[in-house]
Ligand binder design. Sequence first.
Ligand SMILES: [Zn+2]
Length: 483
Amino acid sequence: MFVLFLFFAFGCKTASENEKHAIELETLETVFEQYKEPAITHRRFKHADIQPLIQKHSSAFEIEELGESVEGKSISSLTWGEGQTKVLLWSQMHGNESTATMSLFDLFNFLEASGDAYDELRQVLKSNLQIKFIPMLNPDGADAFKRRNALDIDLNRDAISQISPEAVILKSIRDAFEPEFGFNLHDQQIYYNVDKTPKQATISVLAPGYNYERDINEVRARAMKAIVGMNEVLQQVIPGGVGKYDDGFEPRAFGDNIQKWGTSTILIESGGYLGDPEKQFIRKLNFMIILNALHQIALKGYEAYSVDQYFEIPDNGFQLMDLILQEVQVPVEGDWYPIDIAIRRRESNADSTYYVNGSVEDLGDMQVYFGLEELEANGLRYEEGKTYDQVFESVNEITSEKALELLRSGYSVVKVQNDDPGDLHNLPLIVLKSRDEFTGGWQTGSNPSFFLKQDEVLKYALINGYLIDLQNPKDQVFKQRVY
Ligand SMILES: [Zn+2]
């Protein structure tokens, strides 16, 4: 009796699991590690970097030059598979959103390979699907690592007017190919969270609406169901780390219109993940959910899911800060007031890397925000930093031990002789060349560079929004520039 019950329960479960045609998690992870493209190691790669990577697939894929960007850079598609169901994937319509582009090259390596344990999987994809990929739709934006194209137009607001050649390309390929499914691949700011939770929205999803009424037709419902399959994979790897975007209709956006034109459209937004500044783990997540979704599309496994399950995915929020200091005592007019200080460190481009600009975003009662890092600063008092009077030859002369010693003595600002403004460094200090003074502060918009003091002892330093524990400094990377 007991055995019979077990058999029955297990039998039921596998039947419904089989209908989904999900790929096992272990397979998705193994395949990524085996086939990830080693030539791409960080997120600021350029158009020229991917040309040889496209060409190396010219025997297994049909490669087509679709046209050129405003600045004359080629935009290519790679097509693979002999099946009936057409799928179109395009990435990096926003130039500084490169995570999924990396995953597409990983996927090309996997699809092209043969003779391993996954030939059967490839055969399922190949015989059921015809897949067209457009990696890097906005090469001018990618080369400058900025959102917009060389006309300073946001391509995702150019689906109807098609002023930009890149928008013309995407629209014409959609019309000529008429895919059943479309994947619109983006990155979002790292400050998105799963609404009302401290969890970073590492991946956010959306089946865009095609009208103001947010109606759900068969086309949109298919996209929603396929997203549920992707979410099922993600919840195993990043539990609670998936958010769903608002489906308000934007009449100029590509996702919304491609949905309207009859292609089931899936938006994937890659957000942040702690300890993954170059988004190499998120690249893996993209690879895993795209491959799994392609398999579920090939075998119509997505039909095992419901629209209700899509709506169960929690909403996205925008409540994250890099750092929140709780109840710092700040002096005003001779009195001390306890305030929470919310800080973000936004990136600025510098050649193929970046530095950060710390800023006090808001202050007061910050309970609606979550810090990626938080400090209970109750009892700690604000203290201005001092400028060190000796001028150093160069930042290279200052070791991290020396920097810490300066901080412990209350110096947050140093001057250098030979470095140029804009040069990069990794010290927890404000380094000046072009000016004599630097003003940090706690007010909104200020650069958060100051000390936190308990009685007469300096406990913490804030440098350009980075928090340094002066007694127990942890290992951290400071992305700084000379002022
Ligand atoms: Zn985007």
